[in-house]
Design a protein. Structure first.
Lengths: 166, 675
């Protein structure tokens, strides 16, 4: 009888704890956990890391998609940086071993910029993505397709880019 | 017993409470929500209607793929980053803030600032729903009542003051691209700017402490809730100069004020502005590119059945369906164009011609069979079996070994004994030589890469199980031009690809101008010159892919066996901040040429941005030493002024020609290959 009582009390606590966890506590923003995002200074040579807080989803793919979005948005507008054209967005990320396939879309698909900006933009992107664990290289796609360069572009994008490419 | 009863009562009470709580919570899960179209908001001159909206505890939830939301975000200059199946939704505001919502979490972040929404974003069907009014507020759009209608009013949300080196810079940030009219005289010390269509909740009067240049900033909002106008008055000190500072985003307007005699960057404040936020013109695309450059603007009132997939691209391809990703493209096809066998009594030489960059891998099997696989290539000649007249092999088989998606051409030999086999990349392919003698310690496996004729490396395959193979070696083969007097000049862009456009200047035209001047100089100095284009045309074809267009330029030089390849460009940048000349290289063999040219370019009167290594297509895929020169920035007004001057273009051409001369004097041509 006593054992039954203990079991019933424990079961009640477990149910209550689950309810509290599901609807009250979870999911919590874990502010302490960050990723490193890079931007290129306007000298085109200096890379600057900055920390961005990470939300509750820690799966590899989610974190990769999040980091990619952060590097496309870039640092706050007060910071002078080489930036992806406004309206460049993440369409998808796929992990292929240690290579991340980053599918970009939006304004970059019609981008005709200078080689200087291109180099700074993609350098920051590759450094950001390869700062994530186990990612060594980034294959860029534009609107779901591998391209040799951006339209009217210069930087070669049809091979995976690693830090050593810059 | 009594205490046991009390415990039972408590336990059951707890359980009942838990169940009731669960039931209540269950009521608010997505599946219980009933779709309700938005009641209609007034926003930026028209009614905003949401086709995919739900009522969530009395709050409006709108789907990411709702056309009304796309329209709302696109007017604000905001864009959505969302990958189907993931929990994070990152929205880039027009003033470059990253706003992150997480499915299942009421918390959101605006940069490093955290907030809490009345409900967590959720997935319903294939769509992700966000708390709309929370999103609007974070984007500095405030709901205001107006005769029973809710007006979504964009705000000037921030006023930043920076005082540095006797220059006070005041920056206004708007929810949407800011357009102003100046109502003060151009030379006045008081600057008055009116912004139509935006309101402001900023303090109406702000004293600027610590600034000798600006005393105060006054903000006055007038007009109706639907058509507000915010007038900002900058009260500057006597003798102060002012200028509109370059801005990276149209949502931000910055004005600099400097005391007399202090240098001030920027341009005069126009009567209506901003005149040229660099972002849009810098990204001008040619007619051929336009159809894929920008998605069509969504209509105001949208019937969801008429939405094409393209419309969703405006908010970042937010189609929340996994299979929405288009199929991957076919890699540029590489063909094995020829296989020639040359047999002697005791040896066999096989030359394999390929049309582009390929990888290869060879294996030696224990029973004297030896084969090589050319990866990602298709056989452009008939497969065949041969018994060549030689003692080295008994037979050769040439086959398309694998088809798509992993096309492989295999050439297999039956050796008569463990013969020595050499694999040597040569221009346009590779040569396999089966020698007269046996190899006492034959390698079992090896691999390499051909870059459309150039030789990258020849090395045994990593991870080889051949424990007694010699250590790997990378063999660099010096480039041998077939025409040592020929220089190929590549005027960048052309035809349908205009390159950058700024300040009334078009990159493709300037590139051609400089290239023609360079040709004249080089020919006068005894060189032969071939141009990848000598008019305003595409080198491949107007509809060619970037790969085909750029490869066509490389092919001009590669096919001719030119000694050097020089690509002439003009740079651009989204703001006016960049100026100067950059000389690029990629291959190690490019560096001396780039250095020599850069040294001479230091004299043309631009800022020297140095020599930089970048994997630009045309310098990577040309087999000879190559350089790409970005002569100056179209997007910078002083560089643009230089580029308008024929004298400057002549100086650039002279500097490049001199650099080529210096290079040639110090780097005599190779006359023998390495293999």
């Amino acid at each position: 009888m006593k054992a039954l009582r203990v079991v019933v009390i424990l079961a009640a606590f477990v149910v209550a704890a689950l309810v509290v966890y599901r609807y009250v506590l979870q999911p919590r923003f874990q502010a302490a956990d960050t990723i490193t995002v890079y931007y290129s200074e306007i000298d085109g040579a200096t890379l600057v890391p900055w920390k961005v807080s990470l939300g509750p989803d820690r799966s590899r793919k989610s974190v990769a998609a999040y980091a990619l979005a952060q590097v496309l948005v870039g640092p706050p507008s007060q910071v002078e940086a080489i930036r992806f054209p406004a309206g460049t967005v993440t369409r998808g990320v796929t992990l292929d071993g240690s290579t991340l396939v980053a599918d970009l879309g939006g304004t970059i698909a019609g981008s005709v910029g200078g080689s200087f900006a291109e180099a700074g933009e993609f350098k920051a992107l590759v450094w950001t993505m390869t700062a994530l664990p186990d990612i060594k290289a980034v294959q860029i796609e534009i609107d779901g397709r591998k391209v040799a360069t951006l339209p009217g572009g210069h930087l070669e994008l049809d091979q995976p880019l690693a830090r050593s490419n810059f | 017993m009594n205490s046991i009863s009390r415990w039972r009562v408590r336990i059951f009470r707890t359980l009942a409470l838990s169940l009731i709580l669960s039931a209540f919570a269950g009521l608010f899960t997505p599946r219980a929500a009933v779709a309700q179209p938005g009641s209609g908001y007034w926003f930026a001159g028209s009614t905003l209607v949401f086709a995919k909206a739900q009522n969530r505890n009395g709050n409006l939830a709108v789907a990411l793929d709702d056309p009304g939301l796309s329209k709302f975000l696109s007017k604000l200059g905001a864009s959505v980053n969302y990958v189907a199946g993931q929990r994070y939704v990152v929205i880039a505001s027009g003033d470059r803030r990253a706003i992150t919502f997480t499915i299942g979490d009421t918390h959101f972040s605006d940069g490093e600032i955290r907030g809490e929404a009345p409900f967590a974003p959720f997935q319903s069907g294939a769509s992700v729903y966000l708390p709309f009014l929370t999103l609007a507020r974070v984007l500095s759009v405030v709901p205001v009542g107006d005769n029973g209608t809710t007006v979504l009013q964009p705000q000037i949300s921030a006023l930043d003051i920076r005082i540095r080196d006797r220059v006070t810079t005041i920056t206004l940030r708007g929810a949407l691209p800011l357009k102003f009219k100046r109502s003060s005289p151009a030379q006045s010390e008081r600057v008055v700017l009116s912004f139509a269509g935006v309101a402001s909740t900023l303090d109406p009067e702000r004293a600027v402490r610590g600034s000798a240049e600006v005393r105060s900033v006054t903000i006055n909002v007038a007009g109706s809730p639907r058509n507000p106008t915010t007038t900002v008055t900058f009260d500057a000190g006597r003798g102060t100069l002012h200028a509109l500072a370059p801005s990276e985003t149209p949502n931000v307007v910055s004005i600099g004020f400097a005391g007399p005699g202090i240098a001030l960057a920027g341009s005069a404040i126009p009567e209506a502005g901003p005149p040229n936020v660099a972002v849009a013109p810098a990204r001008t695309v040619s007619a051929v590119e336009t159809h894929r450059a920008l998605p069509p603007p969504p209509a105001v009132l949208i019937d969801p059945t008429t939405i094409r997939n393209d419309d969703y691209a405006a908010v970042g391809g937010a189609l929340p369906v996994d299979n929405a990703v288009p199929p991957p493209p076919l890699a540029p096809p590489v063909t094995v164009t020829s296989i020639d066998l040359t047999a002697s009594d005791q040896a066999l030489s096989v030359r394999i011609g390929v049309s582009g960059a390929v990888r290869y891998e060879w294996h030696r099997l224990g029973d004297n069979r030896w084969y090589i696989d050319i990866k990602d290539a298709t056989l452009g000649v008939p497969g065949r079996d041969e018994q060549p007249q030689t003692a080295a092999v008994s037979s050769v088989r040439i086959r398309q070994f694998n088809d798509d998606p992993d096309p492989t051409v295999r050439v297999a030999f039956d050796l008569t004994s463990p013969r020595q086999v050499d694999v040597a990349p040569v221009q346009g392919g590779l040569t396999i030589t089966i020698g007269a003698s046996d190899d006492p310690q034959p390698q079992r496996v090896g691999a390499g890469r051909l870059t459309g004729g150039a030789i990258v490396a020849v090395a045994p395959l990593a991870g080889s199980n051949d424990i007694w193979s010699p250590p790997s070696q990378t063999v660099a083969h010096p480039y041998v031009p077939t025409n040592p007097k020929l220089i190929v000049i590549d005027p960048g862009h052309g035809g349908s690809d205009v390159g950058a456009v700024h300040n009334g200047l078009v990159e493709k035209d300037i590139n051609l101008d400089i290239a023609r001047r360079l040709r004249t100089l080089l020919v006068a100095r005894g060189w032969q010159v071939k141009m990848t284009r000598d008019s305003d045309v595409d080198v491949a074809s107007p509809n060619a892919s970037a790969h085909d267009e750029l490869q066509a330029r490389c092919d001009v030089a590669n096919d001719a066996g030119a000694r050097l390849f020089v690509s002439v460009h003009v740079n651009s940048f989204p703001t006016t901040a960049q100026n100067g000349t950059t000389t690029y290289y990629y291959k190690d063999s490019d560096r001396p040429l780039a250095d020599a040219v850069r040294t001479r370019l230091e004299t043309i009167g631009t800022a020297d941005k140095g020599v930089r290594k970048e994997e630009f297509y045309v310098i990577h895929h040309t087999t000879m030493p190559a350089t790409l020169i970005e002569t100056a920035f179209l997007s910078n007004s002083s560089d643009a002024a230089l580029l308008r001057s024929p004298d400057f273009l002549r100086k650039v051409a002279v500097a490049i020609a001199d650099g080529i001369g210096d290079y040639a004097a110090n780097n005599p041509v190779n006359t023998s290959g390495g293999s």
